[in-house]
Ligand binder design. Structure first.
Ligand SMILES: [Zn+2]
Length: 98
């Protein structure tokens, strides 16, 4: 057993997703996105292109708290999916192929 083997049930996932929706509507979140920096790759993006990502994914037992959500770009969000940070490294500016 380790701390990351926890699988939340459907109700918990639903609850955390609802909380995420509330957080996304908050001034706190808007201020974070206004900076326009992706939490993972550190590139800058227009605020509207940043999405909310759970650093520890809900599906892996993460919560919708201010400590566990970060603005991230679509690329990082797609790449990361439900991985944990220890399982995934963002594409940094220097070796981005695009
Ligand atoms: Zn990114």
């Amino acid at each position: 057993m380790n701390g990351f083997s926890y699988i939340p049930d459907d109700d918990e996932i639903k609850r955390e997703k609802n909380k995420a929706r509330e957080l996304r509507a908050s001034q706190w979140w808007k201020r974070k996105c206004a900076k326009g920096i992706c939490y993972y790759c550190n590139n800058s993006f227009p605020a509207k292109e940043l999405t909310m990502d759970h650093i520890v994914p809900i599906a892996r037992g993460g919560k919708s708290t201010k400590n566990n959500v970060a603005p991230c770009c679509k690329t990082c969000n797609t790449e990361k999916k439900s991985k944990l940070l220890m399982e995934w490294k963002p594409i940094s500016k220097s070796n981005k192929t695009e």
